[in-house]
Design a protein around this ligand. Sequence first.
Ligand code: FRU
Length: 588
Amino acid sequence: MKKSISSILIALLLISISCTSQKNSSGKNLSVDFKIQSSYLLIPVEEKAPEIKISVSTSNPTDQSSFDVHLAVDKIDYWVPLDVKKLRDQKLTLSFLGVSESFLGIKEIKQSDKFDFEYNEKYRPQFHFTPEHGWMNDPNGMVYLDGEYHLFYQYNPYGSMWANMSWGHAVSTDLTSWTYFPTALTPDSLGAIFSGSAVIDVNNTAGFGKNAMVAIYTSAGKVQAQSIAYSTDKGRTFTKYAGNPVLPNPGITDFRDPKVSWNEAANQWIMALATKQTVTFFGSPNLKDWTKLSEFGEGIGSHAAVWECPDLFPLIYNGKTKWVLLVSINPGGPNGGSATQYFIGDFDGKTFKPDTLPYPLWLDYGRDNYAGVTFSNIPKTDGRQIFMGWMSNWDYANQVPTKDFRSAMTVARELTITNNGKHLILNSYPVNEFNNLKDIVSEKPDLQVDKEATITELLKNNDGSYEIEMTIKPGNAVEFGFSLNNSKNETLKFNFDNATGFLSIDRKNSGLINFNDRFALGMNAPLIKKDAYRIRLLVDKASAEIFINEGEVTMSTLFFPSECMNQLKFYSQTGKFGVEAIKINNIK
Ligand code: FRU
């Protein structure tokens, strides 16, 4: 059932609007008093309007906060909720900087007991995690504890664009469906809450309690520094440590995104931190006192821009432990904008030594997988290194055509090291839990493609969330491929070119593209010629993730078709190729 804002019973209980004496170049400073009689104050947003600061104050002088919002001037795109449940019958004052009384965002603020919006808007994915409403970027603090996978994430509760960085929170028991939890960490006097990680302090090294969940994040205020917060109720509530920041800024601008893990050999916590265009490793016995161990990155990999969101973890390859270092970079990805590179090597508890490989190597060659890291505290009996990334790109993330929410995560993927026939690579492949989501499975006959072949209907009642599995045997075809299509002639094309050695995705004609002129840029992944390409393509309303040969080549892409793509077309420029074991799986 669709919900709509207009059906909400609204009680507007505005006491007074008063102009303060201050004025600035872009408007006045106004204060509005409310007697709170409902659960929410609903604030109108117009995304194109300038961002202004709203300060919130109550009769309790310690209860002051502020946030930034694109307050509606003359059009309301959507509403955002300020939760005032705890203030019933009390007076609350909102102070606005640089506004005018005529702003819709001031005239139309409402009290309401419900914050209702169209959750199932057109491009809301079904089996990918999205924030309930508001903006999301990087996954943060991913940690497993007592049967629950915790996903925290960069979150703006006051709009669908980047601002007010907080840690949103969701919990899953199966890595495929998620329950929303209240926002876990909100900005404070040290700044916004940027990306970071969470660990379970099994041995109570920090003194917050045995098995405390400790979040290590960047306080992004005037400078960037690392802070911690702990939870002794399995992530339900967090207390910020009074001694923050635990790792102060040493005088560099980009000093962020701590990823912490326990290193048994070194018998201490290791933090990988993005420091300008390197990763600096720090060690600590207790999560509070950190010592610099080493710095990695100069002269190796891509240095097109600042490094972000590192992650260091071991994987077993051929019976031996290898260490993988993930480093996100923006811009400078192989296909423009943001992307995640990786290094494979050894870590002796202090220093990371990369193997000689043809760097830069990229975890996902699509345009839409950024800032991904792995879960900590996965039980040894499971042993997987489980990854999730943010399925967008800083090139256009703030403009993608969704409304009450923006951005999704990739599906959870297992990372492994394999050899692609030329060298070691980092594989990523959907976790097995996804197989449980397959609903109706439709098998299609094998095809021999000579120029063209079409499967005219993938699924009956296709709602845009499905999986395609098939094996392509290139035979003597050199340039060939397939596309998803709809009746509006929109198409998302996957082109295999064994002459140039690339798999390319073309989304120029895939639907809405002109919200940003960099969205239609092409994307290529290196492709090694093989006799067979086993393909798994996960499609979820507005995204496609392709995995070739169990994750040897991975590309993630967004696309915004005007109707669901329910046709699959194959083509060959030269020669014939076979398509076998074609299955279309509806995803529940
Ligand atoms: C990566 C990033 C991080 C930072 C966060 C802020 O996308 O820029 O480096 O902590 O986003 O939201």
